[in-house]
Ligand binder design. Sequence first.
Ligand code: NDP
Length: 445
Amino acid sequence: MNLEKILSDLENRNPGQDEFLQAVKEVLETIEDVVKENPKYEAANIIERIIEPDRIIKFKVQWVDDKGKVQVNRAFRVQFNNAIGPYKGGCRFHPSVTEGGLKFLGFEQIFKNSLTTLPMGGAKGGSDFDPKGKSQAEIMRFCHAFMAELYKYIGPDTDIPAGDIGVGGREIGYMYGMYKKLVGEHTGVFTGKGRNWGGSLIRPEATGFGAVFFAEEMLKTRGEGIAGKTACVSGFGNVSWGAITKLNQLGAKVVTISGPDGYVYDPDGISGEKIEYLLELRASNQDIVKPYTYEFPNAQFFEGKRPWEVKCDMAFPCAIQNELNAEDAQNLVDNGVLAVSEGANMPCTPEAMNIFLKNKILYGPGKAANAGGVATSGLEQTQNAMKLNWQKEEVEEKLHDIMKNIHEACVKYGKEEDGFVNYVKGSNVAGFIKVADAMIDQGVI
Ligand code: NDP
């Protein structure tokens, strides 16, 4: 495989889509050896086929705000690859959403979904709509308008969207409601649904729980555990909340959260009622984490800074892509970090990732470490298909097993001669082989 040519062609065909190019480069560099050793992949031209989405649906969303003014947003659904199952991936509502950004997330989703061992293809969607500062009625009207177009392209055996940044249970409720009205069917076309209309217990917590379970497995390889360790977490959204909850349950002390305005350091640990308060802070629909320090005055706020300068044993970046750069990574390494587990998608820049790998830090990339969210979505689909609801313990146990299996697959394909496990390589190779083999089995279609 001529990696340089593939990447330069990709750049020419996708100008300005830097995050997509970054994600593809990372995957291709780590699977290069497997492709060379297995001529069948080159013979079927798998690489050029896997980096091109099956289709991108791009549409206009028109809705009326509370002042009676008509607003227009742009929306997308990137259906990237359905070789191993129906398209599956979240929807993001955030002003930064672009076609290129969703291509990056959809591409990552192919490998992440493959790693879960469940039959799910890769997709991602969203809109540049900003839910911040909008009223409940405005959010409902936007979600309804969004679904009035998207419903044509999704279905329980075709494409099953879910939540992501800016899309939680409330938004899924509005979108699902409109889908049901238009199609006339109560089917499992969304995951992350409300508990009393088809949702699964543990789904809201699953991504954060999974990132902690993955960190636990990584630590075990060095004879370590979670109890007694200090953790830095970024973000204060859904994934951060899940990770902080599980870290507390397993006996760790969480000392940071962050928002676009800066980070909060709480030397007493973020536990108990403070975790409940995180939900309140998020629901307040503001863009800031600082109010935490008004509620809990022992905590300090650091404006415009990121939490990675705080000494910790474990780091959980759970906010957004490229939120941890080389300087942050070096700070963490200098301060003796043992494990980094990505709750967010691609939160570490390539330079940061290389620093972790060079220093043999236990580094769990998002496509493995945060796969617990989509895995539990898969479990929600199974419950919908069986028309059954599993107990909380049953879902959590299955999630835990899936995270252990993902860790095992990473070790299988990522263990180096000196015993160090390169989880980036391991997750990419394990995810790739399954999808590539399915593409070959199904022929050129
Ligand atoms: P949320 O919208 O619930 O949370 C995102 C959090 O990040 C918010 O607290 C947000 O603050 C904060 N944030 C945004 N920008 C910055 C910034 N520049 N610096 C620091 N904090 C920032 O989304 P999720 O928790 O669902 O998603 C977080 C990450 O996890 C994303 O990368 C997502 O793709 C990934 N993920 C989510 C899954 C899920 O199941 N939800 C599954 C797998 C991955 P504010 O609200 O003020 O903007």
